[in-house]
Design a protein around this ligand. Sequence first.
Ligand code: GLN
Length: 484
Amino acid sequence: ARHCTQDYSTRQAVLEKNAQINAFVHIGPEPGPSSTPKTGPLADLKIAVKDNIATTDSPTTCSSAMLKSFTSPFEATVVQRLREDGADVVGKTNCDEFGMGSLNIYSVHGPTLNPFDPSERRSAGGSSGGSAAAVAMGACDAALGTDTGGSIRLPASYCGVVGFKPSYGFVSRWGVVSYADSLDCVGVLGADVPVVSRVFERISAFDTKDPTSAEPELRQLASAYTKQRLQSMTRLEGLKVGIPQEFFPAELSRPVLDRFRSVLRVLKERGVRLIPVSLPSSSYSLSAYYVLASAEASSNMARYDGIEYGERRPPSSATDLRSVASVYAQTRSAGLGPEVQRRILLGTYALTSDAFDNYFLQAQRVRQLVKNDFDAVFSLPNVRNEGVEDDPSAEGVDVLLHPSAIGSAPSLSSGPNPSSALDAYVQDLLTVPASLAGLPALSVPCPSPAPGEGNGDDGWPIGFSLIGQWGTDSLVLAVGEAIS
Ligand code: GLN
């Protein structure tokens, strides 16, 4: 049945439901009655954790055959914080292998089914598909995911839940398995914005163990601007929302456009100023993203060689003189799935001396242009820039608004098909610009069309996304709460 109202409050119930959805790859034991009652700001919450985030009480497989039996000797800072705050960590969630994918189909544990209507066998989205599905099926109040190029926002959109990718550097990556370090962000999925905000506020903190963690001074500076702006705004009156014209590509489906327009109508009635803006370089984001993310991935994946990390395979023959190289090759061929291998090849190529200037360097340039485009449209300054001007400009917008994805959840029945890899990449068209610029972005479900309305709309969830200037996470969440 559409819309889940069941109560999965016990582990047993979650286990039963999970047999169909495959959102969890590990479900922890029930917190026993003997254990001392939990206290702390998150003590009332059940929270699931994506399986590329290290936990000591369960394996961390990254949905890869390579790490099938890997249990981390230490816990990620984010998980430590959740536990200290009293949260009940329910289990680990399915994902695309090492976070690479958009449909949660590249998983050694099998795909996650979208819980909205499992009988239709549609994708939960990826790569944090298990986290989105766990929330959508009611198995937890919130879930941690990671978002490198859209992996929280896309599954949130497909499953009809809220998904938040914070500013780059706001949440510690210590203990989070790296995919592309300059883009990876840990974020939160939940049924509504308030629960996502609550969890985010507890996990957003400076961490000396993460060299890319945002320094307290920068956080304070950004939050001072944010507070000022929030105070000068009564509810939504006076809020300036930019609509970036490049975020309506030909691939965008008609129902998405129609529903997005209804959202705009409501906002207008509520006194929001809608301002068309242009981010000219964002059209090149997807190409730049796949070059940069693959380049970083090719380097990160080098550690899975069967010696340092990963399930070791024997050399092809015991007398092979090059047996070490053979162990590497056998291990990596057997342990890494097709999409991960594709990224390693693409990324390694982009970093070779022949291709470096044309691919890697160009992609870095595009990334800088994308950042500049965003800085040019926001009224609040980017506090990470050198010599940042003190005053917010009178021009410019507070947040940007766009559809989260080009359509509703695609069907799984066609199955993983290598020739459809490009189709999968297109799913990320609208989410990667904010990733390249490291900006906070929140996907919130669009209201479904009234009965009789919505031509060609199948009623499946669709999300819209807000993007804010770097460090204005609380502004993005406050606006998200007000308009959802
Ligand atoms: N689909 C994108 C990719 O495969 C994004 C993944 C992510 O955000 N982890 O790279």
